[in-house]
Design a protein. Sequence first.
Length: 421
Amino acid sequence: MSAPGHFPPDHACVRASAGLAPPPVTADNSLRAIRTVFQCCRTNAARRVSCVLRAAALPALLCACAPPPGPPQALELVGVLHDENALRRPHDVELSADIAFVPGKGGSLALIDISDPSQPTLLSALTDLPELEDAEAVLPLGETLLVGTRDFLSVDVSDPRQPKVLKTISDRERIDKINGMVKIGDFVFTANKIGFIGVFDVSEPRNPRLVDAFDARTHGQTSPHDIAQVDDSRIIVVDTGRGTAAAVQVYRVFDDQGRLAPVSEWTAEGRIPSHRGTRLDIEGANRVAVSGRVAFLGAFVPDRVSVVDLSNPAEIFQTANLPVCDIDATGMTIVGKALFVSGGECVEAIDVSDLAHPVSIAQYRNGDLFPSREVLLEGEPRYDNGHDLVYRDGYLYVSAQNDARFGVLRVNDPRALELTQ
């Protein structure tokens, strides 16, 4: 038993003094709670504790010693969905209308209702389909969803409660482990982690067609992980290969008339090596986002974000590197002058209004979205929990792949909100 004047950590007065909510009061402990609060008031008079019994069914305690409510969290978790079956190591996140599409590396595809951001609700999920093995990337096109797995899938989502796989395109080894996708005109380009860039004609999204696949290994990219559009003629691809001479590579893939060039005529332009072990280290580059003539990329070996100048696609260069708030930088989205990054057990907002001096301005750490620091996967510890994220209308939609969770963070930080405009 606690000594007089000392109270256990879950005591209502102690919790209130620490800014925590009082413990729940039940019929079993209500009388004890009433007695102990008077003891609290008597022995803690310096704080002028006053307690009020509510006239509801069961009494609750309100301690006047509690500090006034603090400002809202800069990035505040307002909703979370946990589902071990529908969210099997959830990977990327994409939104269309009031639906979030979340593929899972463990073989799942979840469709989540986000009409109320505070209560994300599972609409449906595809699981236990062999073609969903290693599902990592999604791209919504109206009533059709393109999904990158070890194959390339077209899924009918016209009825979000009953998604149906329409078509599966398989072509080992050129198509395997699709980790990133970007659509330019009628074509989708995919970053395939086994060393290829796939090209698909999606003029009929329900019936996509494989056009060809570019062997990026011939240009030093052994494991392309993400891809983005630079301009009307070019794409940029980041690669996680260790010590690679092309951690970042720009390719010209359309000709001057805007026609897709045969892969044999693609031109490799500007590139940046991994710079392993130096102040410019971007080894393990696995995520890229482009805004105007600037690319932002995440590198999971040095745990940092890098800013890349694309003004001259033939001579690209880094302007800044910034450590991220935890490990990795596996999720990234740029909105205005705000760069949002997810990795490990942290989500952060970075001010990139000065491209030479990016500054982290708001963070969310741990909490109910990332309760697990470590998970064992096939006997190996993994820490890459926070994975992807998308921003819309003041909210961030985030996947937590080690905790089978999908969370919604409200952006409360005024500076971050202003930068998104």
